[in-house]
Design a protein around this ligand. Sequence first.
Ligand SMILES: [Zn+2]
Length: 454
Amino acid sequence: MPATHANESRLLIKGATVLTMDPALGDLTTGDILVVGDRISAVGPELSDPAAEVIDARGMIAIPGLIDTHMHAWQTPLKGLHASGWTFDDYQSRVFCLREHFGVEDIHDATLAGSIEMLDAGVTGVLDFCHNVMSPQHAEAALNAHRATGQRTLWAYGMLGDLDGSPQEDGWRLDHIRALREETGDGGLLRIGMALASIERGSMGRIDKEIGLARELGMRMTLHQNPAGQIRALHEAGLLGPDIVPAHANAADDEELELIAACGGGISFTPECEFGGGRSMTVLNRAHRAGVTPSLGIDTPARVPIDLFAAMRLTFLLMRSVDAFDEREAGRYPLTRRPGIPMVEPRHMLEYATVNAARAIGLGDDLGRLAPGQLADIVLVDPEPYGVALGDPAAHVVLRTQPRDVDTVVVGGTVRKRAGSLTDLDRADAGAATRAVRERIFADAGSAPQGVAR
Ligand SMILES: [Zn+2]
């Protein structure tokens, strides 16, 4: 399949409302997108190309493909296990403890299931934080699954070994990631990145070594950032940079957010898991104010659905809610509009999930906008049969769209979903993979959770 992705095919999307997310092009009420090979060649009204395959997109809204910047695809078959999770111990004892029961085949099938579901839901790109690399073969299996689905992936090789952070765990992972990086390069749909060990479970010395290798190899990095003070610690160690995407960062204070902004960095916010995990919810308003570029993620499918539209919707409502709380606290109620308040419009969320996310995964110049020269990752949203919202079409996308409304998905110029159906992947394969993983890991673990028949 990857060979057919690198084609010089020509595709013409006709008559959509085009949200380019490009400051120079803006929105086109009715416009066309011409794709040649894996990139967008032209965007404008009344384009023609007799050699192109034409997609009639009248009545639809074209957006850049959505990009999830914090996802653990290996947990896809564990849907529901963390639904009512409350404490970190719940997560450890219900979800993370199953890590050791994932064999090589399980990692492959779980990743495949997650990637198919993401593509179906308009998520053309993902930063897959794989903290279940228990052998080199596990890593190869996850990569093979991503190769099979053809989703645009920054696969972040998890450095986390034993939860006690034994430094001797490092060696083979560092050697293997170097080999993988050299083998995979940095130009295709699949790129290798690094998921740093959690600082609280390792040491700054260990993190320093990991970051050193990632920078030597030119790899993007990400890390779970939950305890307070870690951003400052990275800065003081001279390690903070825009090539690291901290996930969550709820506990970062304003000064730490300014440090991230000063180096041109972003954070990945995962609204449903932040809500469910009981974390402070003010970080995005503070980050937005500090000039950080936020992006969005699902985090664990064990807790929440694979739905970036929901993530955008919840984040918008949350940020409005935090603004209103601050206004009430300051005695300004009933609410009035004043400069900078409210802070965001629905369209900002689309920017988070496209432009900002592309920057987070290191493709800020090439991805995230519908503009000539950009990689052709495109989603068509169909507002029918119930009708498009009045007003800003970006608000329809952010507040009224669900994965089932994704009519067409294009990744790197190749049509992966059309008229609501995946073209070269099968939803049933994702379901079968999920069932197979469950059967194997719960047999290995010696027990399975109670509930509906699997
Ligand atoms: Zn996570």
